[in-house]
Design a protein around this ligand. Structure first.
Ligand code: FA5
Length: 332
């Protein structure tokens, strides 16, 4: 009999020891099955009851029951204590009913959008896209554009020179020269990009801004072609009621030259707004790129993209375009 009682004592103390080290509900369940479950160690001892002398069986049965009750109690206690520590023991919780996080997708900057729109309008008129560097030499920024060495526009105080001969381009007209150097006429290009001038910054001026340049070279091109092209652009971009006016002006690289004004609806009021310069390509510019001015004629224009975007989207201050303030960026 004492061998059986010893075994019961051993099972009880071993089972209690194993129970102490358990960390989660899964381990607890395994413990229950192993020790007090229907096929557990305790039940396994029942098979040995037949070897116990009949006189001793009540005592052994009583002890077996005590151990069973004690281990079941210990199991319940451990289960309760693990249950109260559930959040840590169970790891991160997943609440599938919680609404998903709202993740905001960025959007194209209004200037990039304007550039894409402008290019699309001119592409429909047969213009292809040309590009040029922002760091330019004096030849492309001035000399080839008929701006001689003593011209006030070349004053170092009016330009961002990098060294004696290179500067940040002040206008996209540089791309006219590069495009003509690279291709034979006829030619029809637009070019959009950044230009730099040490202008004082205010609501309509920045030291860095964007221009769209257009150049059309062919035989017998006239001012009528220029005005028609600009009018078609104005209608396509600002609506069929927009009007175009060319006001006499001066640029060294066009003759005659004009300012392009567009009559458009600005917040309910019709106003004339100056968007840029234009004119017929000066014969000296053709000579600089090796085109024969007796054979080829052309027009060119250069418009400020910020001014266009500001009109189109009702933006009152040019600085908002560069400050990266999300309140503005998400509103246009
Ligand atoms: C030019 O830059 C000439 N290259 C345009 C041209 C091209 C004339 C081809 C003839 C033939 P202008 O300096 O006026 O021109 O500048 C053109 C436009 O750029 C202006 O009308 C204005 O819309 C914009 N602009 C000029 N300075 C600034 C500035 N500091 N900030 C923002 N936009 C500006």
């Amino acid at each position: 009999m004492s061998a059986m009682l010893d075994q019961l004592d051993a099972i009880e103390s071993e089972a209690r020891g194993a129970l102490d080290g358990l960390a989660d509900a899964e381990a607890l369940e395994k413990w229950r099955l192993a020790w007090i479950g229907p096929k557990g160690r305790l039940k396994g001892l029942l098979g040995s009851m037949k070897d116990v002398a009949p006189a001793d069986r009540p005592a052994v049965g009583k002890r077996m029951n005590e151990v069973k009750v004690a281990l079941e109690g210990a199991f319940e206690q451990r289960k309760a204590s693990l249950g109260s520590a559930k959040p840590q023991a169970a790891g991160p919780m997943l609440d599938v009913t919680e609404p998903a996080l709202d993740h905001t997708i960025g959007r194209t900057h209004v200037l990039t959008r304007t550039i894409d729109e402008l290019i699309e309008v001119f592409a429909r008129m047969g213009f292809t896209v040309a590009t040029g560097p922002e760091v330019e030499d004096e030849h492309h920024n001035f000399t080839a554009l008929n701006i001689p060495p003593d011209h006030p526009a070349r004053d170092p105080l009016d330009n961002f020179f990098i060294d004696g001969k290179h500067l940040l381009r002040t206008q996209t007209s540089t791309v006219q020269i590069r495009a003509m150097e690279q291709s034979k006429p006829p030619l029809r290009i637009v070019s959009c990009g950044r230009v730099y001038r040490p202008d004082e910054v205010d609501a309509t001026h920045s030291f860095m801004f964007h221009q769209i340049e257009g150049l059309y070279v062919d035989r017998q091109v006239s001012m009528v072609d220029l005005k028609t092209t600009l009018l078609q652009f104005a209608h396509a971009y600002f609506g069929p009621e927009a009007e175009v006016k060319l006001v006499p002006s001066f640029f060294p690289f066009t003759e005659p030259s004009a300012e392009m004004h567009i009559k458009m609806n600005v917040r309910g009021q019709w106003r004339w707004v100056e968007l840029g310069g234009c004119g017929m390509v000066d014969p000296n510019v053709f000579k600089a790129v090796g085109y024969d001015p007796e054979e080829w004629t052309g027009f060119a224009f250069g418009l400020g993209i910020e001014r266009i975007a500001m009109r189109r989207y009702g933006i009152p201050d040019i600085r908002w375009l560069f400050e990266n303030d999300l309140r503005f960026l998400t509103s246009v």
